[in-house]
Design a protein around this ligand. Structure first.
Ligand code: FPP
Length: 216
């Protein structure tokens, strides 16, 4: 079982456009897929799940779309926290906080403290996140690989990206040094437990050598 699964949740906009709906409707369905995936990850025994919810480059999107996404984060932090606590999910938010709407900060802090004791799954939501910026910030104090890992988080075992794109988009660049990549054409709002199981089965069929020669 991969201990750390990271997901680039892509395709919300295309899901909505294919149905002649506004992009925000795709993000709303995407939030449902987040709920399903967190529950599935918990049940399957994934240790850490890091979801790319909003990249630092996503500020370039139309203001109405950014507002809709912030509203969904707000709602998630309010509505899902009790369920997270019950399921043993510890929630953390990674990324910059100084550019987020001010009212999100106490919600994030409260969600993090309420779920602090969760030890079944560590759910990390990347919001206003840039891996390059995270690496630059960590490198101010960290001088060894171990210190970098302590500052950034655990190495990723399995990186999933939906919606057919095959790029990292400034996500977990250090942590993905030896990640296995799984790309699927499925759009994020359609992602479900079966999709996660399929990606994990794919991962389990890979031979991870970390630069060494195959075992004799
Ligand atoms: C990429 O799809 C998705 C995002 C930029 C936002 C991800 C947000 C969610 C899944 C919803 C809310 C999340 C939480 C944690 C409650 P895109 O808009 O780039 O899709 P496209 O490439 O088809 O246009």
């Amino acid at each position: 079982m991969p201990r750390h699964v990271a997901i680039i949740m892509d395709g919300n906009g295309r899901w909505a456009t294919a149905r002649s709906l506004p992009r925000a409707a795709g993000h709303r369905q995407g939030a449902q897929a987040v709920r399903r995936t967190v529950t599935a990850a918990c049940e399957l025994g994934v240790g850490t799940l890091t979801l790319y919810a909003f990249s630092s480059d996503n500020w370039k999107r139309p203001r109405a779309e950014v507002t809709a996404l912030m509203m969904l984060f707000r709602r998630y932090l309010v509505q899902e926290i009790e369920e997270c606590r019950r399921e043993g999910v510890r929630l953390s938010v990674i990324g910059r906080r100084d550019r987020l709407p001010a009212d999100l900060i106490p919600l994030i802090e409260s969600a993090e403290s309420t779920t602090m004791a969760g030890n079944r799954l560590h759910l990390r939501l990347a919001v206003d996140y840039s891996s390059r910026d995270a690496i630059l910030a960590a490198a101010v104090h960290a001088r060894t690989r171990e210190e970098m890992t302590a500052a950034l988080g655990p190495d990723v075992d399995l990186l999933i990206r939906t919606a057919g794109e095959q790029r990292l988009s400034d996500y977990l660049l250090w942590e993905c040094a030896y990640a296995e990549f799984c790309f699927t054409d499925q759009l994020w709002p359609d992602f479900n437990r079966g999709s996660l199981e399929a990606a994990i089965a794919d991962f389990q069929g890979r031979e991870r050598r970390f630069g060494a020669v195959p075992a004799a």
